[in-house]
Design a protein around this ligand. Structure first.
Ligand code: GDP
Ligand code: MG
Length: 177
């Protein structure tokens, strides 16, 4: 019996952390150095098989900029899963107000307060290929994730490290939920 489960998944996190790149890598197996910034949100779908079940992700890739913040609830409302992305290197031009890890924590708080109570939450420490520029330790992120009901993975849209894995793990948890 092949059961199919449709699951809305939202990507949240600062602009420039690599949300669109993670989706592009996951859905199309591609990476571009100069990914255009997302306006509003973009939609993708991707099916993933877990044992004898299929999860059909309906992926909403959001823009991340503060000026689009008021739109965010449209994308996380009713979401079965959220992937919250930060940049382990934090070196993002133009974003000087808040580090992306701190911004990720704000998204977690917002989801906990206003999202669906059973949303599976994944924390992606992206740009893991840039280890020499690391600003947030894996230990710190792991501890934060454990204390706040998320699971944590370090990803790289560039080299594809853990990209399929973070979506697969999310699908697995959705099926177990
Ligand atoms: P978004 O605003 O969160 O959607 O971020 P983008 O996907 O547009 O990526 C922002 C920039 O970071 C682009 O120049 C990407 O090429 C780059 N980028 C994204 N993911 C990675 C990664 O894993 N490693 C490296 N080195 N660069 C990345
Ligand atoms: Mg984007």
């Amino acid at each position: 019996s092949n059961k199919i489960k449709n699951a809305k998944l939202v990507l949240l996190g600062d602009a420039g952390t690599g949300k669109s790149s993670l989706v592009l890598r996951y859905v199309k197996g591609q990476f571009v150095e100069f990914q255009e910034s997302t306006i509003g949100a973009a939609f993708f779908s991707q099916a993933v098989a877990v044992n004898d079940e299929t999860v059909k992700f309906e992926i909403w890739d959001t823009a991340g900029q503060e000026r689009y913040h008021s739109l965010a609830p449209m994308y996380y409302r009713g979401a079965a899963a959220a992937v919250i992305v930060y940049d382990i290197t934090n070196l993002i031009p133009l974003i000087i107000i808040q580090a992306t890890f701190a911004r990720a924590k704000k998204w977690v708080q917002e989801l906990q307060a206003q999202g669906s109570p059973n949303t599976i939450m994944a924390l992606a420490g992206n740009k893991a290929d840039l280890l020499e520029a690391r600003q947030v330790s894996a230990q710190e992120a792991e501890t934060y994730a454990n204390e706040n009901g998320l699971f944590y993975m370090e990803t790289s849209a560039k080299t594809a490290i853990n990209v399929t894995d973070i979506f697969y793990e999310t699908a697995k948890r959705l099926i177990q939920a």
